[in-house]
Design a protein around this ligand. Structure first.
Ligand code: ADP
Ligand code: MG
Length: 242
């Protein structure tokens, strides 16, 4: 579903990604972890073309992200992305938030888009709040709206960039629960997160990044099962968060 092939990226002289290669199969859940500044956000943003890269290519469902002829807005609309800071539209209700891109990008009627928005709010447990605005909700609720909004586009894969790191601790699980459900329903997911409980529970693979490189890319059981076999950097990192 997502094939990242020898991707390198520079910001001016600074190389932020170095020869990154990995594949995410349909239905697979991959957790990306690593120290701050290691390039995790940059890597997943390259997948839906929010960040350009200078070398290598990424193939998403058969479409080359690096090919200048590729229709990037169309590609972006098929790959859902959820950020640390929810980035909801503050002036739209939480039913309109998941509806707007369906109308503007997919050409759905307002009725159809609102009905789908409402259905997705129900799925993330927020139907009772359907008429509220983002500012009237807690952080955990807002993040669940952001997930509903991404799902409204019928994405072929979902990218998460530290979706729970800006939340108060008591709200982390309500967001992780929605992500676990999605994973169990077979959604293809790439999740930057340091929630290792989530990783153990649903991830098929764990990628560890350091200084722009993918240093570890292995099955979840292998990653956690034999920490001593991991690289020095990964062990140091894990010793701090486990
Ligand atoms: P992570 O998500 O792992 O914390 P990022 O992908 O956000 O890491 O950033 C990787 C590196 O790239 C960091 O050193 C960061 O300072 C740098 N960086 C990120 N965005 C930019 C930018 N727009 N211009 C220059 N450097 C950037
Ligand atoms: Mg980041």
């Amino acid at each position: 579903m997502i094939s990242i092939q020898h991707v390198s990226k520079w910001y001016g002289d600074f190389q932020v990604l170095t020869d990154c290669t990995t594949d995410v199969k349909k239905g697979e859940v991959v957790v990306v972890c690593g120290p701050s500044g290691s390039g995790k956000s940059t890597l997943i943003k390259t997948v839906n073309a929010l960040e350009p890269f200078q070398k290598g290519d990424i193939i998403v469902d058969g479409i080359s992200v690096g090919d200048p002829k590729t229709n990037l807005p169309k590609l972006r609309s098929r790959v859902g992305m959820v950020f640390q800071h929810f980035e909801l539209f503050p002036h739209l209700s939480i039913t309109e938030n998941p509806a707007i891109a369906q109308i503007k990008v997919l050409g759905r009627s307002r009725d159809e888009a609102m009905a789908k928005g409402l259905k997705l709010l129900e799925r993330v447990g927020l139907k009772a709040h359907a008429d509220k605005f983002p500012g009237q909700l807690s952080g955990g609720q807002q993040q669940r709206v952001a997930i509903a909004r991404a799902l409204a586009m019928d994405p072929i894969a979902m990218l998460f960039d530290e979706p729970t790191s800006a939340l108060d601790p008591e709200m982390v699980n309500e967001v992780l629960d929605v992500m676990v459900e999605l994973a169990q329903e077979g959604m293809t997911m790439m999740c930057v997160t340091h929630e290792m409980g989530f990783a153990r529970r649903v991830a098929n693979r764990v990628i560890f990044m350091d200084r722009g490189c993918i240093v570890e890319d292995c099955a979840t059981e292998e990653f956690f099962g034999n920490i001593n076999a991991r690289s020095e950097r990964a062990r140091q990192f894990l010793s701090k968060i486990l």
